[in-house]
Design a protein around this ligand. Sequence first.
Ligand SMILES: Cc1cc2nc3c(=O)[nH]c(=O)nc-3n(C[C@H](O)[C@H](O)[C@H](O)COP(=O)(O)OP(=O)(O)OC[C@H]3O[C@@H](n4cnc5c(N)ncnc54)[C@H](O)[C@@H]3O)c2cc1C
Length: 311
Amino acid sequence: MLRRMLLAASASDRLRRMAVSAPYTRNVVARYVAGDDAAAGVETTARLQEDGLQVSLDYLGEDTTSQDQAAAVAGEYVTLLGQLTAAGLARDGRAEVSVKPTAVGLHLPEHGEKTAAANIARICTAARAAGTTVTVDMEDHTHVDATLRIVNEVRSDFPDLGCVIQSQLRRSADDCAALAYPGSRVRLCKGAYDAPEEVAFPARAEVDRSYARCLRVLMAGGGYPMLATHDTRLIEIGAAQAVLTGRDASGFEYQMLYGVRPTEQRRLARTGATVRVYVPYGHDWYRYLVRRLAERPANVGFFLRSLASRR
Ligand SMILES: Cc1cc2nc3c(=O)[nH]c(=O)nc-3n(C[C@H](O)[C@H](O)[C@H](O)COP(=O)(O)OP(=O)(O)OC[C@H]3O[C@@H](n4cnc5c(N)ncnc54)[C@H](O)[C@@H]3O)c2cc1C
């Protein structure tokens, strides 16, 4: 129930304005967001790489309402990839980027899908020049078909374009089976968006069981699985499946969010596993942050106190 309320709050402009202007929300934001600009993202990447971690950078924002804005978001990614290259951080995919289709135009009333595909292809061109890759995030369940169509289309020129499957959706084991082909990079997560029972499992235990099923399908297939979870049991199932399917650290990776279980990220990396940290940066952090709070209601009280602070 609290998760549902928080996810609904993530769409509220009034709450967003309050949160962005409250002085002490910054403390909560700083836990999950690297900073306001690309320089902060690059600096955080360098620190994480020193600890043996790989990175996927996300430029925050999902309210793109014009072609110009969508092109500007793509331009931000191109600039970021240039900065990562200049700092020697992007090569061999050690720092890649994650892109939300709505940030690059999917929501636009006219030619949204075409615009998003063209902008993602532009970012892929810059990523290839930098020696790295792009992964397309998955958003609300109503966008899944369009997002998979875009991935399919852009993969004809950029086969290493990654995509995301959410285990909370009932369709996902079938999607994993369709995507488990050689060269296909697939991130598996539980899903951070609210979805109705017709399309999603309502109980957390079912979402977890679905994750384990999808994980087995991806690990048994020919692609490159990216296991995005902080859930200890699922991480263990991933490790067991890697042994069973003969995958070493170059054959799959774990992914976790910046600010979530940082000690576990480093512990896993020290075992020799490939571990990638998803690092968001940018001013437009409100929706991202509320989704993180919805995953961890223990943080909500702290956030609300920051919001109420007048100083
Ligand atoms: C790299 C990465 C990329 C992602 N990309 C997408 C995407 O494209 N689309 C999408 O819908 N979702 C995405 N997600 C979010 C994902 O769907 C889940 O909402 C999120 O990862 C929490 O699920 P969990 O598997 O960690 O399990 P949970 O059962 O939620 O958490 C397991 C444990 O991890 C810790 N934990 C989890 N979340 C938090 C938090 N916010 N703060 C503090 N501790 C926490 C807690 O100890 C918790 O008990 C991504 C997640 C990761 C790690």
